[in-house]
Design a protein around this ligand. Structure first.
Ligand SMILES: [Zn+2]
Length: 799
């Protein structure tokens, strides 16, 4: 492994904030011709070593600045900052975050997307916490939160593009509900959402049609026997008949609804017409009621008569109705048809269309939504951010729960639209409410339902949710940082990012009774999260990022050291968690011992099961080295890390003391013409006895002709770390060994002479004094595992 260079972290959060302000003000003011190049140079200089900040900069800066950035070769001179940023910082309060996990994820996602939206408009976020965000507004810019918020909803959050980036991959990736969705009702909050749902329905429709057409073709083939043909024909007729009947029934019910509604409208209109003069309080009241009725039409009136005629003409055959409607209105359906092609079969199958009359209801909903005018779709959703602090929601005494949002607790006015919790939006929409014996679907407000709907990170059986936060900034993060890391993961595998959350789809499936089950369900979410991040994330990201597993309302931090070590073991051993539909026991065992911070034991397990035995020690050597650096960094923070580090160094040093003798034995036995099997047995015997140096002595003595008083440890690519540690152990011995005298450097490299007396002295010094029996046993056991890991070929005998 080529180790990455540590990144120079010279940009402090304060400096970064300053640079963001400078950048925003320069871009917004379109900077003066002379100051702009200097400013770009200055920023380039500041950002040259930091890929994360560079990524942020490239996400907001105009093409001209990007070119300068790319051309920038670095400079010995520190460029001078050309001017100070012009603008003001504005505090925006964030609406209280819901506590329900899924709603919280959804709200965080919206908040992050909002920050990105502002950044694109030259308004960088300086600070973002769960309750507050501070933005920098360049001088001369008009900043109106409510105005920006409605643009954000329309053009960003609820747009078709945004849904295709977040929700679509989720539907294509993972089954949201084991039983599928039933009787869907289209949530019309924006034109984008309407198109998205219609496209989803249309895709399902296309697949059903395709299946029926294929069957029809099969009926025409000559390979079928008469009996088979009859059977298949009956099946075909039955299915088509079912769709026709249901569609007819559904349509007639709709017609009744439309007639009833028309009746109501007429009556209301009559009441108004009967009034003597069209003004006054009574008139206003009646008119208001009429408007309300008009808004509640069961089907868009502009398209009703056309479609009603069509349905009757086609004798309620849903396939003819839909096909004709699509052909007659190509422009209107163009976007829906195009979008429907992006849905995979998995997404389409999530709609449980074969059950009951779901297919028919779905098609009616499709016709209804596709004919709803754009302006009727866009609902107002109150801004999540405000320059004024949010007051607690006003609650009247004795409110029925109907008027309180179950998710965020906001009070809903009677005429405000409210929604039932649905499986599409929340995994468990059925809740047992206070004082109610049966679980019910509680109501929630339009904000909660919309945010939850658009969020791509929804917990499902085969997905794991991870939260990513830049290190040392756990309470504040900025747009772009987590996006950058998310992109690394997304590029590698199909995962979904929603704000700071990342949804990992489980790729590995195990054969189980009655089908398959995801590995994540078998090893547990925590183990799987470790596995996937270790496998997919470049270790450089671990330096900057902190990962959390989001599960059952908790955020469990993942240890970066364990992640790194697991990465190393997976790389060096070539093991993966699933093999031919079976769980790889070594990998799950490795993760289990790592969760207990048993680094050496996990290495032993990897060596034992490694598929690349010869290169294992060499690769591990590089990782040992990096691991010690990580621990070194953590050392200042925790005594636990310090203990781990000294333990790892001690085991490495002791390993280095013993390896030369094992190698010596191996060479001598080989010279004597012993068989490989026998040599391995003798080596294993020696390793097994490493808890007692006198037993070693005895072991050697049994091979009378071998001189074992001293041996040489060579420094090379698979021993440079242990070599240094062995040297350190020797020089710290009370005997005062001068390691320079023992070391020999020639053109083949360095080597260290080790006498058997050194081994005895080291056991005395490091593995006996100040240790109780149990501690000694644990350490020598680790030493044994470490020695075995150095000789995987010996281990393979004992697999
Ligand atoms: Zn709510």
């Amino acid at each position: 492994m080529s180790m990455h260079k540590p990144l120079t972290d010279s940009v402090t959060p304060e400096k970064k904030r300053f640079l963001k302000q400078l950048c925003a003000s320069l871009v917004f003011q379109k900077a003066t011709p002379s100051s702009a190049p200097k400013a770009y140079e200055y920023l380039s200089y500041k950002f040259q070593h930091n890929p994360t900040y560079r990524a942020w900069l490239t996400s907001i800066c105009p093409p001209k600045m990007l070119r300068t950035l790319r051309r920038y070769k670095g400079s010995d001179e520190i460029p001078v900052c050309p001017e100070t940023p012009k603008g003001t910082s504005i505090r925006l309060y964030r609406a209280p975050s819901p506590t329900e996990q899924q709603a919280k994820i959804a709200a965080d996602n919206v908040a992050e997307q909002w920050s990105m939206f502002l950044a694109e408009r030259n308004i960088p976020t300086m600070l973002a916490t769960p309750t507050l965000c501070v933005v920098f507004v360049p001088e001369g810019m008009v900043f109106d939160v409510d105005e920006l918020w409605s643009t954000f909803l329309r053009e960003d959050l609820l747009s078709l593009g945004s849904l295709c980036r977040s929700l679509l991959p989720l539907l294509n990736l993972s089954k949201l509900s084991a039983r599928g969705f039933s009787a869907p009702e289209i949530l019309l909050v924006s034109g984008g959402m309407r198109t998205f749902m219609c496209a989803w329905f249309l895709r399902t429709y296309d697949l059903v049609k395709e299946r029926l057409t294929n069957r029809q073709h099969k009926l025409g083939s000559e390979d079928l026997s008469e009996k088979e043909r009859e059977k298949l024909q009956a099946l075909q007729d039955k299915e088509i008949e079912k769709y026709n009947t249901h569609f007819q029934r559904r349509w007639k019910a709709l017609r009744k609804e439309v007639d009833k509604h028309q009746d109501k409208l007429n009556k209301q209109q009559n009441k108004i017409d009967k009034l003597k003069k069209p003004s006054g309080k009574k008139y206003e009241k009646l008119l208001k009621e009429l408007r309300r009725l008009q808004q509640q039409e069961p089907f868009p009136s502009s398209a009703w008569s056309r479609l009603n005629t069509l349905a009757q003409e086609e004798q309620f055959n849903p396939f003819c109705v839909i096909d004709k409607e699509l052909r007659a209105n190509t422009a209107q359906y163009k976007e829906i048809v195009q979008t429907s092609k992006k849905f995979h079969r998995k997404a389409a199958d999530q709609l449980n269309h074969p059950r009951g009359d779901i297919f028919a209801s779905m098609l009616v909903e499709l016709l209804k939504a596709a004919n709803t005018p754009d302006e009727a779709c866009l609902q107002t959703i109150p801004s999540m951010f405000s320059t004024q602090p949010f007051a607690p929601p006003p609650r009247k005494a004795g409110d029925s729960p109907k008027q309180i949002c179950f998710v965020c607790g906001a009070y809903m006015e009677k005429d405000e639209p409210s929604f039932e919790l649905r499986r599409m939006i929340f995994t468990s929409p059925e809740q047992r409410l206070q004082g109610s014996p049966n679980p019910k679907k509680p109501k929630c407000c339009i904000s909660c339902v919309t945010y939850a709907y658009v969020c791509g990170a929804k917990p499902t059986e085969d997905t794991t949710i991870i939260k990513i936060i830049p290190k040392n900034q756990q309470t504040q993060h900025s747009e772009g940082d987590t996006q950058q890391i998310g992109r690394i993961l997304i590029n590698k595998e199909l995962n979904i990012q929603s704000g700071p959350y990342l949804l990992l789809g489980c790729k590995e499936w195990l054969s189980a009774k009655g089908g398959f089950k995801p590995v994540s369900a078998s090893v547990g979410a925590l183990a799987y999260a470790y596995y996937r991040i270790a496998r997919d994330v470049h270790p450089a990201a671990l330096e900057h990022m902190q990962f959390f597993l989001v599960e059952r309302g908790q955020e469990i931090p993942l240890s970066n050291t364990r992640l790194f070590w697991l990465y190393a073991l997976l790389q060096a051993s070539g093991l993966s968690i699933e093999q031919q539909g079976k769980l790889s026991l070594p990998v799950s065992q490795i993760i289990r011992v790592l969760l207990a911070d048993e680094y050496i034991e996990s290495q032993y397990i990897a060596a034992k099961h490694t598929t690349l035995p010869t290169s294992f020690p060499m690769k591990m050597e590089a990782f040992w080295h990096s691991l010690s650096i990580i621990f070194q960094k953590e050392k200042d923070m925790s005594t636990q890390a310090e203990n781990k580090l000294s333990e790892i160094e001690l085991i490495a040093g002791m390993t280095g003391l013993l390896i030369p003798f094992i190698n010596l034995l191996k060479r001598k036995l080989s010279d004597k013409g012993k068989k490989e099997k026998e040599i391995h047995r003798e080596m294993a015997k020696l390793i097994e006895n490493c808890n007692d140096p006198f037993l070693w002595n005895y072991n050697f003595a049994s091979h009378k002709e071998i001189v074992f008083k001293s041996a040489k440890l060579f420094k090379n690519s698979d021993s440079y770390f242990i070599y240094e540690q062995t040297k350190r152990l020797l020089s710290n011995l009370p005997q005062g060994i001068d390691t320079a005298e023992r070391e020999e450097v020639n053109k083949e490299g360095a080597s260290l002479q080790i006498n058997f007396d050194d081994v005895l002295a080291s056991y005395n010094m490091y593995l006996s004094d100040n240790l109780n029996r149990q501690q000694r046993k644990e350490l020598t056991n680790k030493l044994k595992l470490s020695l075995y890991s150095r000789f995987p070929s010996v281990l393979s005998r004992y697999k």
